[in-house]
Design a protein around this ligand. Structure first.
Ligand code: TYM
Length: 391
């Protein structure tokens, strides 16, 4: 898919089109200014009031990914919370464009979604867009993206979801659930809206212009399946906003409730970029990286440290720009431990080598366990398929 960059202009597509960065569902480039991006996308920032409201509904608990500001923006989150408070039904939704390079960043929205399922006991719909990957990425056959859909689903199941709550949709296998909704969505979207929103051009294939209707359709599916208004909350990184901005624009005209979203920043690349990137394999920790590979990548990572141990001890490091610290922050639910890493780094008591080793141990323990749970999920995958539960 072509990059959506246009000099010195902001278009309704919502990515920033200046020179410094671009964010689209298919590409993230440059240094992302998240506050500016939220403003340009027209999304709200999560406020203390939103967090208090959430706390009131969960008995005082708020997931650390929200508490620490990694999930930082939203559309309509407040309405979902109000709905939860008044006992109305709602559901969770997000998804994955299946490929072989599933990395730790992809697990982040699912970790938060697991927390929502546990706290609110709501249904969770998960879309694997084997059609999207085939249509917008060169080099994949449809058979391959379909196989990868089932492979990627193992990682989701490994996070502990149960089949009574998690419903997995693989687009090309489960299209019957979506097609009627997608056709209605497609009729509401003009070609020029879709071209502008996603940065498509006349040289893209026609499948790429229809595909957004499939991702939007799942946002309306629970209302059809449960035969009553069931808005969804979509936890995702902010790159997926263009779909759901369009979904909210057309929802009422189709008699569906507007979907709500909760947006995170990106897990940064270990090599210092703003996002882990498949084009730079050293920037990301993939779920299939063995211990040796994980160790090598982490030990070579960019840090906010000083050039020498002596300077680090004297001046302290800068965790605010350090991906190693950010990984500790995003992979540990222990506030005291994370605070200590931050303060010890700032105070020169923690050297980068030690901090990297701690991260290596954390990631290696997580990945080894994760792979074991993925193996066990292989026998259970059919229980999660939407088609075995909703006829
Ligand atoms: P995909 O496969 O590009 O990404 C899957 C999910 O992971 C998020 N993500 C990240 N989060 C944190 N840090 C990162 N570095 C990072 N990279 C990716 C993405 O925002 C996404 O939530 N078209 C979608 C699949 C999809 C979907 C959805 C996603 C279908 N329906 C509904 C979200 C919500 C895609 O290709 O995602």
């Amino acid at each position: 898919m072509k990059a959506f960059i246009h000099p010195n202009k902001t278009r309704p597509g919502g990515c920033h089109l200046g020179q410094e960065y671009a964010v689209t569902p298919w590409e993230v480039k440059g240094k992302v200014d998240y506050l500016r991006l939220a403003r340009e996308f027209g999304v709200q920032l999560i406020t203390d009031e939103d967090v208090s409201l959430l706390k009131g509904l969960t008995g005082g608990d708020v997931h650390y990914l929200i508490r620490r500001g990694f999930f930082y923006a939203h559309r309509g989150f407040r309405e979902i919370l109000e709905r939860a408070r008044s006992g109305g039904s709602w559901a969770l939704y997000n998804g994955r464009g299946p490929s072989g390079d599933l990395h730790i960043g992809h697990l982040v929205p699912w970790i938060l979604t697991k927390w929502f399922v546990d706290k609110f006991n709501v249904h969770y719909f998960f879309e694997l867009t084997d059609d999207e990957k085939f249509l917008v990425r060169d080099g994949y056959t449809l058979e391959e993206t379909n196989r990868l859909a089932y492979d990627n689903a193992l990682s989701l199941i490994a996070l502990g979801f149960t089949p009574d709550r998690l419903h997995i949709i693989v687009d090309t296998d489960d299209v019957a659930y979506l097609y009627k909704i997608a056709v209605k969505v497609a009729k509401k979207l003009t070609l020029s809206t879709v071209k502008n929103t996603f940065g498509l051009t006349d040289s893209n294939n026609i499948g790429a212009t229809f595909f957004p209707a499939m991702e939007i359709a799942v946002a309306f599916l629970p209302t059809e399946l449960f035969n009553g208004e069931t808005p969804v909350l979509i936890p995702t990184a902010i790159d997926q906003d263009p779909y759901f901005r369009l979904a909210r624009d057309i929802a009422e005209s189709l008699n569906y409730p507007k979907p709500a979203t909760l947006y995170s920043k990106f897990l940064p690349g270990l090599t210092g970029e703003d996002k882990m990137s498949a084009s730079n394999p050293d920037s990301a920790l993939y779920i299939n990286d063995d211990d040796k590979e994980v160790r090598r990548k982490i030990m070579n990572a960019f840090t906010g440290g000083q050039p020498t141990a002596e300077l680090q001890r004297r001046l302290g490091g800068n965790p605010d720009i350090c991906p190693v610290y950010k990984y500790h922050m995003l992979l540990s639910d222990n506030d005291d431990e994370v605070r200590k890493i931050y303060e010890d780094c700032r105070g020169g008591r923690l050297l980068c080598g030690e901090c990297k080793l701690m991260l290596y141990e954390r990631v290696s323990a997580f990945l080894n366990k994760h792979r074991e749970l993925r193996e066990r999920a292989k026998d259970k995958i059919n229980e999660y398929k939407i088609s075995v539960k909703f006829k």
